[in-house]
Design a protein around this ligand. Structure first.
Ligand SMILES: [Zn+2]
Length: 102
């Protein structure tokens, strides 16, 4: 399993080291703590909004997953700090990750 190919199919997996069990972010083949092998063990859909800003008719928010991973995501309805959100869509555009949450 490859992080980017899973993501481009709409599945967000947490890259985790098989040696030290730490989350490896940004995703990499080898752990940035111990150089252990990284596997995609767990699929997540739910995160928490850390902050947001308005851009045009949508909002962009910083969403935290598993208390460690933070990504930028687009949300249509006005969000609240601390709000739980779910990934409705994710993928790759020009090799950049994108996330839509609801
Ligand atoms: Zn490790």
């Amino acid at each position: 399993m490859n992080f980017e190919s899973e993501l481009s199919q709409g599945d967000f997996y947490i890259p985790e080291c098989t040696e030290c069990m730490k989350i490896v972010w940004p995703p990499s083949e080898f752990c940035n703590h111990c150089f252990g092998e990284v596997l995609l063990k767990k699929k997540v859909i739910e995160g928490k909004i850390i902050e947001f800003s308005r851009q045009g008719d949508a909002y962009f928010c910083l969403v935290e997953f598993e208390k460690e991973i933070r990504v930028m995501a687009k949300i249509l309805k006005m969000p609240k700090i601390g709000q739980k959100v779910k990934i409705s869509e994710c993928g790759l555009i020009n090799r950049n990750y994108f996330f839509h949450v609801v």
